[in-house]
Design a protein around this ligand. Sequence first.
Ligand SMILES: [Fe+2]
Length: 339
Amino acid sequence: MTEHQRPANGLTELVLTDDVRDELLDRLLSLPDPVSDVDDAMARTHQIFATLPLPTLRAILDFGRHIDTPGVMLVSNLPTEPELPPTPSDGGPCVGKSRFVAEGVLLGLSGLLGEPVAFVTEKEGRVVHDIIPTAPGAATQTSQGSKVFLNFHNDIVHDPSGRYDISNPDFLVLNCLRADPVNEAETWYSDARDVLSVLNPGTVKVLRSPLFRLSAPGGYVRMFAGGKEVYSKPVAILSGPDHAPEISVAANGVRCLTPEATDAFDQLQAACRAPEAASVVQLAPGQALLVNNRKGLHARTQFSARYDGQDRWLQRTYIRRSLWNIRGRAENGSRRVHA
Ligand SMILES: [Fe+2]
């Protein structure tokens, strides 16, 4: 296998040595709270993560810049918070954190893929998202859920153009601060290239047709639509060449416009779970998952949540390769927060 080929249904894992981990930790311990000056934090963490061993650094950079690289990659043996506070039971953010090792890991990895970006409709416009189960959100198809399987989807954003798959993040990074109490949460990723190999040509043809309307994310619906469902204009689920397809499915629901579309969509969801397509990981502290938000779909199994300070806690960024082509959405001249 050449360095740019990806293993079919494989989860590429980069494991740092203990020496590299300890050196990163040493330098991240003095990182100031990144919220006050994200660009400063990006510069500091970029300098730190640029010292990664060359093969590791190159693998992460290649993950971000090339078409033929995997859609998902696990980085393990990363530094962890020396004193991790209890998981906020209100969904975060965590107030009064004195060190920012976790945020530094998240932003350092993010900076190798592109620019972190925030949306006012997602986690109140914060750049660092705390992904924590909450009691009110337990049964929802959102990042606060725990009691239900979070269906295969990619992260989309509402756009007045009616296309929700244009201004959305190119990548997500998920850094695990704390696993769930009984270690049952699984994150799944299915690469559209593998999904295509599972589906029959007739189904692919339907999925490539504009027969689907994506439901706008819950954050937008709550903030701007009074809780009423809002749908994209009719779009195809799959687009682009067979060797590098893009795929888009809303977590909040997809309206299929014909019986054939409904059947194809059901087959797509089944194909995402097929062993030939699905990569599965149980994230643990010290592990971060790099997710291409265009090459594939992700999902999460149900898991236990007790709201006692020991629940699952991930931090997440949304990343664009460039902020230029979403400049029209920038809030009041903000550099990173967008409508
Ligand atoms: Fe998601």
